[in-house]
Design a protein. Structure first.
Length: 154
């Protein structure tokens, strides 16, 4: 299965943020949500990725988009990752059942047992507007890709 394609309804999912609060596909309705799937908190590329996105977060917000990091890390790891980086982007845990949401979106990297680096934009009605999967987990998708995705229509 490949990454979820534009025009597809977002699959049902239930994740928890770094504070332990539930986040579901229903709770994202009414906003443009950018799901940033990434392999591991504290890995070098993931650290760089979130620092880059944080630098232009106001520009994403100005376009009506809210970013969410999604990894298979436990909530506590994500909380420490967010605090150490000093970023404000909410982090969503796909820890248990491991990778369930990542699999539903087609972003799970089975050989490694983690989320691949992927971007999925969900429109306010709950439909995938745009999606992108990196060629490998070591590739850092630049912020420009998200801006391109926000400009795209499914």
């Amino acid at each position: 299965m490949g990454l979820i394609q534009p025009g597809t309804p977002a699959p049902a999912f239930r994740l928890i943020d770094e504070e332990g609060e539930k986040v579901t596909n229903e709770s994202l309705l009414g906003q443009t949500a950018v799901l940033v799937f990434y392999p591991f908190a504290f890995s070098p590329v993931c650290t760089d990725q979130f620092q880059v996105y944080e630098e232009v977060l106001d520009e994403f917000t100005a376009q009506g988009a809210k970013l969410y990091g999604v990894s298979c890390d436990a909530m506590w790891s994500q909380k420490a990752f967010k605090e150490q980086l000093g970023v404000t982007i909410p982090q969503l845990s796909d820890f248990e059942p491991k990778g369930e949401a990542s699999r539903a979106f087609g972003a799970y990297f089975e050989p490694g047992g983690f989320s691949n680096r992927a971007l999925v934009i969900i429109d306010p009605e709950g439909t995938v507007q745009w999606s992108y999967e990196a060629d490998n987990p070591g590739e850092l998708p630049g912020a420009n890709l998200i801006f391109d995705g926000l400009a795209a229509k499914a």
